[in-house]
Design a binder for this molecule. Sequence first.
Ligand code: SAM
Length: 309
Amino acid sequence: MGRSSKDKRDIYYRLAKEEGWRARSAFKLLQLDQEFNLFTGVNRVVDLCAAPGSWSQVLSRKLRGQEEKGEEVKIVAVDLQAMAPLPGVTQIQGDITKVSTAEEIIRHFEGQPADLVVCDGAPDVTGLHDVDEYIQAQLLLAALNITTHVLKPGGTFVAKIFRGKDVTLLYSQLKVFFSGVTCAKPRSSRNSSIEAFVVCQNYSPPEGYIPNMSNPLLDHSYDVDFNQLEGPNRVIVPFLACGDLSAFDSDKTYPLQLEAGKEYQYTPPTQPPIRPPYQEACHLRRNNLLSREDAPSVCPKPSRDKPKT
Ligand code: SAM
């Protein structure tokens, strides 16, 4: 596939490069912000599962603005993968399922809680829908757990969710901690994907709740089948299609020339991955070594060292 045909296929992929975003996902956070006004009064943010960094870019540009607020704003980005540096963003290369990661975030905020936690985390999809939905749910719960350690009362949590058949159980878990839970689908998230985002507002944990990193789905104190609940006890989370309806449709194919008189120009990716897992395969293919079992391994394995921020 030529470079320009990929640009033609996905309008948000192409716009992301033209506007200098590292990934098309930037538009999802921008569209969520348009709908929910996520950034008003926000100075301390945690971006969970942040690599390659387009959400951190949005946070950095929106919150730090023209640098005058630069000092007050603290953005901490966490991912298993290393990420190229961004202005005003502190990186933690770590696992969001670990309490040590929560402690490191708190250290960066000098004991102050975060105003906003966002999580665009996704595991590597297997193609087996039930498995993918289960793993995604586990990652969301890990993000919720870490959020209970770092978010201020009244704060907001935004996270990617797969709207699979057991999604109401997740909504119920979230409603334990937030008075407002909305499931939102930004225009830039493909209709064909079960991906959506939960926007959880007004963090208000149950009285006496002590944050911990255990999995609430496996915790017997939550041993209730929420899907059995009826009447007012059943949690109904509103669903909102967000983003301007005149915005580009992420499932549609657009011509390369979008405006009459404005010729199409190819834009290279804003920030290619710094140590992609497929690096070795690319090298082998370039050197015609893919079929050779004895091909030497030339690329260093991705390091788990702490990145320099
Ligand atoms: N929001 C990012 C952006 O705008 O550039 C894209 C995030 S990408 C869809 C999902 C990320 O989740 C991957 O970079 C992956 O490494 C990360 N991830 C998955 N499981 C994780 C975990 N347990 N801890 C930290 N990061 C994780």
